[in-house]
Design a protein around this ligand. Structure first.
Ligand SMILES: [Zn+2]
Length: 252
C-alpha cells in the first residue's frame, strides 16, 4: 500500500510538472524593441529557431508538423515582419540581419553593409543584444539540436551557391530536387544521413567565412545544429524536411 501511494505521488508529480514554455520576451533595441517568442515542450530533444521574421513558410510548416514530432520549442524573433531588424538611436534607424550578429566580425560587417555609418554605441549595444539572444536560445546541453528554419526565393541563394565556394566542405545535390530546398549541416555524420536520403545537403567547411551567422557560432561552440532551407511557398517540402531532421535527431 505504501509503495502504491509513493508511485501515485510520483505519477502525480510528473504529470503536473511544467515541461512546456509559452512566453514572449520584449528585448530592447535602443529606442526600438523586438520580441522573442518561445513556445513548446522543453523536454523535446530538439529546439527550432526562426530568426528572419519574413520567412513565414518555415513557421507554418513547423506548426503543421509540430504535434507529430513531440511539439519541440520554437523560438521566433519578431519585429516588423521583415528580414532585417532595426535598432533606434538618436532619432536614426540602423538595420542589421539578425542571422549575422553572432560574432563580432559578422556584426561589424552587417552594420557596414546595410548602413552608411554607425556610432560605436550602436555596435556595443548590438553586441549585448546578441549575447542576450544567445542566452535565451542556447540549451544547457550542447548536444541538444537547434534546428534553424529558413526560406529563400527562387532567384538568389540556393544549394548551388556553394559550388566552388570555400564555405562548403562537401556538397550533395540530387538533380531531381529543387536547389532551393536543402539542408545545411556542420558535421559529417549529419551530411551522410541526408545524402543517404538523396536530399540536397551542404556541409559547412571548417574554413567557412566568419559572417556572424548562427551556423558559424554553432560550429565554433560545438553546438549541435541543422539548418533547413526551403524556397518560400514550399511548405510541404519543408514539412517533410523537418520530419527528416527530427528522425536524425532521434536516431542519435
Ligand atoms: Zn532566413
Amino acid at each position: 500500500m505504501v509503495r502504491i501511494s509513493i508511485l501515485l505521488f510520483f505519477l502525480h508529480f510528473s504529470v503536473n510538472r511544467s515541461v512546456t514554455i509559452d512566453e514572449e520576451k520584449v528585448i530592447n533595441l535602443g529606442s526600438k524593441s523586438c520580441k522573442l517568442i518561445r513556445k513548446g515542450n522543453l523536454e523535446n530533444r530538439s529546439l527550432f529557431l526562426s530568426l528572419h521574421d519574413d520567412e513565414n513558410t518555415s513557421v507554418v510548416a513547423f506548426n503543421e508538423v509540430s504535434q507529430s514530432i513531440g511539439q519541440p520549442v520554437l523560438i521566433e524573433l519578431q519585429q516588423s515582419g521583415s528580414r532585417f531588424i532595426k535598432y533606434g538611436y538618436n532619432g536614426l534607424e540602423y538595420s542589421i540581419d539578425p542571422n549575422r550578429i553572432f560574432t563580432e566580425i559578422g556584426l561589424t560587417s552587417t552594420l557596414k553593409k546595410y548602413n552608411k555609418s554607425f556610432p560605436n554605441e550602436v555596435k556595443e549595444s548590438l553586441i549585448k543584444f546578441s549575447k542576450q539572444l544567445l542566452e535565451l536560445i542556447l540549451p544547457s546541453d550542447k548536444k541538444k539540436y537547434i534546428v534553424a528554419i529558413h526560406n529563400n526565393s527562387n532567384d538568389n541563394y540556393s544549394a548551388k551557391s556553394y559550388v566552388g565556394n570555400k564555405d562548403a566542405e562537401k556538397i550533395y545535390m540530387n538533380p531531381a530536387e529543387d536547389v532551393d530546398d536543402f539542408f545545411f549541416v556542420i558535421n559529417q555524420q549529419d551530411f551522410e544521413f541526408f545524402k543517404a536520403k538523396k536530399r540536397n545537403v551542404i556541409l559547412q567547411s571548417k574554413q567557412a567565412t566568419d559572417d556572424g551567422s548562427f551556423s558559424i557560432f554553432c560550429a565554433r561552440n560545438s553546438q549541435a545544429y541543422i539548418n533547413i532551407e526551403a524556397q518560400d511557398g514550399h511548405k510541404d517540402v519543408q514539412k517533410k524536411m523537418i520530419k527528416e531532421a527530427y528522425e536524425l535527431i532521434m536516431s542519435k
